[in-house]
Ligand binder design. Structure first.
Ligand SMILES: [Zn+2]
Length: 233
């Protein structure tokens, strides 16, 4: 497990060199974004305790098991922590992967999803603010996918809409050194649209589920979108 302080506002916790979750510093304590794979709750809590601040809330980018695997463990070991969930994830966390009218047909891989038993505290939707973070609906990798933008340090926590492991890329534009996020993707053109939306926030730092934090990210993101546009229809 590696705990890396990116700046005063963001710490990245990395498991097995490839799976990330994030601690965002807020005035009232810590917002945890994602919760690694199963069995990492104590390590996440150790990272929180090193900040000297209380854990206040948990968000997830999406409900794949490598992003929510230790969520229940963290919740069970913490007091007064809110679990805030995007509206589209509510049925998914209950095991219902049925697509809604208007959502493109694609594969939602049931086996890739994790289980969460923790009580949902509140629900958010596109454009909501959660502490400092802007919640951005970014469907594509999964139907319930969200990214979170922190304007204080212009950092986008992008989950699996973007990847940097194997090269900075729009997920769906398969990078053969790390193809797993693309393989697990529901609808690639929808994710490509979502990455265009995230670029509008003008992030300078791109923090992803898999790979290092990419700095001075805007030009590289624009180039990655252009590359994906040539490959994804
Ligand atoms: Zn995923």
């Amino acid at each position: 497990m590696r705990i890396a302080k990116h700046d005063e506002l963001l710490t990245m916790v990395t498991k097995l060199g490839s799976i990330n979750c994030f601690l965002v510093m807020e005035d009232d304590g810590i917002t945890l974004v994602d919760a690694l794979s199963h069995g990492s709750g104590q390590e996440i809590l150790e990272a929180v305790s090193r900040t000297g601040r209380p854990l206040k809330r948990i968000l997830m980018t999406h409900a794949h098991s490598d992003h929510i695997g230790s969520l229940d463990e963290v919740m069970a070991a913490s007091a007064n922590v809110d679990f805030l969930v995007q509206e589209r994830a509510v049925p998914i966390l209950a095991g219902d992967l049925t697509l809604r009218d208007g959502e493109p047909k694609g594969r939602l891989l049931k086996i890739a999803y994790g289980k969460v038993g923790s009580q949902i505290t509140d629900i958010f939707t596109d454009g909501d603010r959660i502490g400092s973070l802007h919640a951005i609906a970014t469907p594509g990798h999964t139907v319930e996918h969200y990214a979170f933008f922190d304007p204080r340090n212009a950092t986008l926590i992008a989950g699996d809409s973007w990847q940097t492991l194997g090269g900075l890329a729009v997920v769906g534009d398969t990078r053969w050194r790390f193809p797993i996020p693309s393989w697990g993707t529901w609808h690639r053109p929808t994710n490509l649209n979502s990455t265009r939306k995230t670029l509008e926030y003008k992030p300078t730092h791109l923090a992803v589920g898999h790979g290092r934090i990419f700095c001075h990210a805007q030009d590289a993101m624009a180039a990655a979108i252009a590359r994906a546009e040539a490959r994804i229809y």
